[in-house]
Design a protein around this ligand. Structure first.
Ligand code: L34
Length: 241
């Protein structure tokens, strides 16, 4: 929807990934002027289309559109982002069909590097519905001791310094510095920000953080590409179902 330059890059990446994996994709690049009714009508049409296994509405939406109403319209069976309330609720219970792409990508990274979660101090910085909250639930399901921090948290550095596994998703460029990280911690940077020079940076200041961390994800080339990989996995799962 509209002219968000970051969205264009992300969606182009998803379409490219589909081609590589062998998933047929269709893009509907709707103008900023699209009404709520028109967008909802398109989602309903794709819900009813048997040739479509999965669909997503790339966020953010232009301000005049009601994100929640649009997400509520997506068929939970085709909801490859796992943003629909029915799928969000299933995550709370631990009995789910799809996981949201970014937190699931983070879990897959931890598993791929054999990083144990059980009993570990896991600190999630950020409490969004699409990353912070589901990420916390997934770490909890794997028996982490989870603390969720946010913009109102007092003594943030004191809490982040306790983390064995630190997941940062606050949307503030290079906010977490090396002195906020415990020696040997695993640092996962979900952030995607452009700094004053137009360079892509995460929510973690990589240069100072990598001196402390045992493992750390780069930006770009870290969590973002995992988000796209899990979207492919969810779409194949939707098709199989
Ligand atoms: N509905 N909206 C919906 N689903 C999603 O899963 C997303 N998200 C987030 C934004 N809005 C969404 C994404 O797709 C973030 N996101 C996303 C996807 C891909 C990448 C980053 C974020 C990505 O490909 N990152 C590349 C660099 C891209 C660049 O050069 O800007 C990387 O290497 O990290």
């Amino acid at each position: 929807m509209g002219e968000d330059p970051a969205s264009k890059v992300y969606v182009a990446g998803k379409i490219r990934d589909c081609g590589e994996v062998g998933i047929e994709s269709r893009e509907f690049a709707l103008p900023e002027s699209t009404t709520q009714e028109e967008l909802i009508a398109l989602v309903q049409k794709l819900n009813a289309d048997d040739t479509v296994s999965g669909l997503l509405v790339q966020l953010p939406l232009p301000k005049h559109l009601d994100e929640k109403a649009v997400i509520d319209t997506i068929s939970p069976d085709k909801d490859v982002d796992a943003f629909h309330p029915a799928n969000v609720g299933k995550i709370m219970i631990g009995d789910y069909d799809f996981l949201p792409c970014t937190p699931a990508g983070v879990m897959e990274l931890l598993d791929e590097y054999n990083i144990d979660i059980a009993g570990k101090e896991c600190v999630v910085v950020g409490r969004s519905n699409i990353v912070g909250k589901p990420q916390s639930m997934l770490l909890l399901q794997r028996h982490g001791t989870v603390t969720i921090c946010h913009s109102k948290t007092k003594d943030l550095a004191e809490i982040t310094r306790r983390a064995d596994i630190l997941v940062v998703a606050i949307g503030r460029g290079e906010f977490i510095k090396g002195d906020m990280i415990k020696e040997g911690a695993v640092v996962i940077d979900v952030g995607m920000n452009r700094n004053a020079e137009g360079k892509l940076v995460g929510d973690v200041e990589f240069a100072s953080a990598e001196k402390k961390a045992s493992y750390i994800t780069p930006v770009p080339g870290g969590v973002g590409v995992m988000t796209r990989a899990i979207l492919m996995k969810n779409t194949i799962r939707a098709a199989q179902k």
